[in-house]
Design a binder for this molecule. Structure first.
Ligand code: 5RP
Length: 226
């Protein structure tokens, strides 16, 4: 199987995983990216079994609507049954780097109100230590250079994502060369830099369940030690 086939398999598995949890009142959170897109396409078959969805990006909202799935503003929803999204890297504690597609801030907000976070990846995304994938940081445009200098001070090599504007009208800096041995501490440190909107570490709110697409099939993992 190639990587896209693994992503498709894990997207289908996520739809199967949440199927028994669905109720007519349930609203679910939906992430962004190619793996999340496979999930959306698989979810479409169950669209009459739940109320609707909150999207983590405009692209996801458009895809959900194309399948006839109602899309809610998060401000009109009290709770999300589940949040399903991909990731760029995951460690054995199910701490993640996300934001390769630039939707990290909305992904973080939507994940924060979900009862359960189901992360879906192919097995190329598994690592022992986070940081090989450049860490995306969303910044207010006027703070780009100031934040970049601080990121150099943290040992990273910041690279401005040329020509990319987030759904929130901001910029992304991709930080290369970090070896993130304490993801919670790094998350706090970068979130504390003035001008940073948020960054792509999901350590304080890691995934609860990881579905991994492998050649041998889809494996369900929980955080190490749980
Ligand atoms: C978007 C994300 C995606 O989940 C992440 O980049 C993985 O993408 P893909 O499923 O296309 O490999 O965080 O901001």
């Amino acid at each position: 199987m190639n990587q896209n086939e693994l992503k498709a398999a894990v997207g289908q598995s996520a739809a199967d995983y949440i199927e028994p949890l669905l109720t007519k009142e349930a609203v679910i959170g939906v992430g962004t990216g190619s793996t999340a897109n496979y999930f959306i396409d698989a979810l479409a078959k169950s669209r009459h079994r739940f109320d609707g969805a909150v999207a983590s990006s405009q692209a996801t909202a458009d895809r959900l609507k194309k399948h006839g799935i109602p899309v809610y503003d998060l401000n009109d929803v009290n709770e999300l049954l589940v949040y399903v999204d991909g990731a760029d890297e995951t460690n054995p504690n199910l701490e993640l780097i996300k934001g390769g597609g630039g939707a990290l801030t909305r992904e973080k907000i939507v994940a924060s109100v979900a009862r359960q976070f189901v992360c879906i990846v192919d097995d190329t995304k598994l690592v022992d230590v986070l940081g090989k994938f450049p860490l995306p940081v969303e910044v207010i445009p006027m703070a780009r250079s100031a934040v970049a200098r601080k990121l150099v001070g943290l040992g990273g090599q910041p690279v401005y994502r040329q020509g990319f504007v987030t759904d929130n009208g901001n910029m992304i800096i991709d930080v290369h060369g970090l070896s993130i041995t304490d993801p919670c501490a790094m998350e706090d440190t970068i979130n504390g830099l003035t001008g940073v909107v948020t960054q792509g570490l999901f350590a304080k709110r890691p995934a609860d369940v990881l579905l991994v697409g492998r050649e041998s099939g889809v494996e369900e993992l929980r955080p190490a030690g749980s």
